[in-house]
Design a protein around this ligand. Structure first.
Ligand code: AMP
Length: 282
């Protein structure tokens, strides 16, 4: 596996592959790989001739008081995992290689970024869309794989690619979970043992909510209230950032549940802000 830090070298290598008629897959990440990341890598590996994994903790998607400076890392471990799972190239640039000091161009999808994570992290998706566009321009992949754990991100990137006519297929990978149901996340490492033991309630209560909706609950406000109350007893140390029921593609809050709905939550458990979601088909 080749390791590159220079965007120009990445671009030339990918261009050479494409000129040979090879398809190129891309899996963008921020590193500290767990089985969620490696499952995305496996999925992309199976669908493309050459596979690029990027590892970049993108500063422009972090707000001022977020965990940019403390984001967990294990570069050597990540290289081993990427190589073992068949990556041909790992791209790990420094921030100043990606952003010129006078960088002035941003890509935004404002309507889909209004709610959920966009409400509590106002600059987040502008940073994501901009860096992903830059990676798309460098790699020009045939396909790129993203996780459904970050459902809103996936919906935004699908819309961005459609709206800007980017010739890239965006593939969503289902959420990869621990045996007890907790969604894998690099940020799970921030939790104490006690917090980690309680965290599976996030998923368990979402499953109970899905049952309630399938059994006829149609009032979104009542469903959200029920879930919030449930978390206050099953996860008392959790601080809810948001509990929302939204349309799965356009990420608009739903008041009456009349078709499939995405229930999405973000909950602070100690130092970790944990995301989870469930698509409820009605
Ligand atoms: P990150 O390194 O957190 O930016 O994640 C890189 C990619 O892996 C994103 O597309 C995430 O949605 C995806 N991802 C992270 N955790 C999981 C998970 N538990 N299941 C599926 N995909 C995930």
């Amino acid at each position: 596996m080749k390791i590159l830090t220079d965007p120009i070298e990445l671009q030339s290598q990918c261009m050479a592959w494409r000129n040979q008629g090879l398809t190129v897959g891309l899996v963008p990440t921020m590193g500290y790989f767990h089985n969620g990341h490696t499952s995305l890598i496996d999925m992309a590996r199976a669908q493309c001739d050459k596979l690029v994994v990027t590892l970049f903790v993108n500063p422009t998607q972090f707000g001022e008081n977020e965990d940019l400076g403390n984001y967990p890392h294990d570069f050597d471990g990540d290289c081993t995992k990427a190589e073992t799972h068949g990556a041909d190239l790992l791209f790990a640039p420094a921030p100043d290689a990606m952003y010129a000091p006078d960088h002035a161009t941003w890509v935004t999808v404002p309507t889909l970024g209004k709610h959920l994570c966009g409400a509590s992290r106002p600059i987040h998706f502008q940073g994501v869309c901009t860096v992903v566009t830059k990676l798309f321009n460098l790699v020009q992949p045939t396909k790129a794989v993203f996780g459904q754990k970050d459902w809103q991100q996936l919906a935004i990137l699908k819309r961005m690619v459609r709206d800007l006519n980017m010739p890239i297929e965006i593939i969503g990978h289902p959420i990869v979970r621990e045996a007890d149901g907790l969604a894998l996340s690099s940020r799970n490492a921030y939790m104490t043992d006690e917090e980690r033991a309680a965290a599976p309630a996030i998923r368990q209560d979402l499953l109970k909510l899905a049952d309630k909706v399938k059994n006829g609950e149609r009032d979104s406000a009542a469903a959200k209230q029920w879930l919030e109350k449930e978390y206050s007893s099953t996860l008392p140390m959790g601080i809810v950032d948001y509990i929302e029921l939204v349309t799965p593609d356009s990420i608009e809050p739903v008041s009456t549940i009349s078709s499939s709905v995405l229930a999405a939550v973000a909950i602070h458990v100690g130092k970790a802000r944990l995301l989870d979601n469930i698509l409820i088909e009605v």
